[in-house]
Design a protein around this ligand. Sequence first.
Ligand SMILES: [Zn+2]
Length: 270
Amino acid sequence: MSLIDYFAVHIVPRMYRGKGALHPSETGHLTDRISCVREYDVNIFFYEKNGTVIAIDAGYKNHGGFFEGVKQLGIDADKIEAVFMTHVDPDHGGGLDVNSTCKMQNAQIYLGEIEENYLTNIYTRKKIGPFKVKNSVVFKSGYRLLKDRETVYINEIKIQAILVSGHTLGHMAYLIDDKYLFTGDSLAINSVGGYCFFDIFNYSSKMNIESLNTLQSFCEDKDIEYLFTSHNGYTSDIKQAFSHINEIPQWKKKGFVFDDSAPYDCFCEK
Ligand SMILES: [Zn+2]
């Protein structure tokens, strides 16, 4: 197991248990068009319109929850036409790794053009002391790269990519059909509002905060109905979702609990 995979599945759970930092939605239908699968602490989202299904992110490597989940949702994984990656960390991109069970084998993969540098290991994901932690995910060739604010259509579904650098340098948010905003790991929300994502995972929290302010301005003249995060569920209160974006949750403080309704440990699955 690579260092980053070990970190994601063994270190993160120990650091975060009891802090209420991770509260993904349970597998199920969230709106008339949007559903999700939960794998440990992360959500994979699906958007369905007129018979076309696309996904946002792909979850962990070899997590069996995906196939059980899509069955429960009535989605044929082989018919997912495209998957839009917010970023390629192992909890989001692992499900498309060429050395693991591919979850959406016929889907066209899209990711941000800057984010590709983690796939090719031109960028180091994180430095921890003397260790340079590299990404462990490899995608098959043929993926397509998106620029900031680029719009693509998958049949009748409109997808706009918005660069939200900070968690990773090429992290993208996606606005779908002008109504549904997927923010990946840029934002952490609880009952009070949305905050800068937890700092230990970020390349630069300062950069993430700047990007969240840009994203908030981008949203101002739009009529967004729902905003989704990858690790903290979703909300229809868009104003509140940006209410604390200049603050970083102080998760290292003794007694800190970000969301008191979150499970004690998302990685403990029965
Ligand atoms: Zn994540």
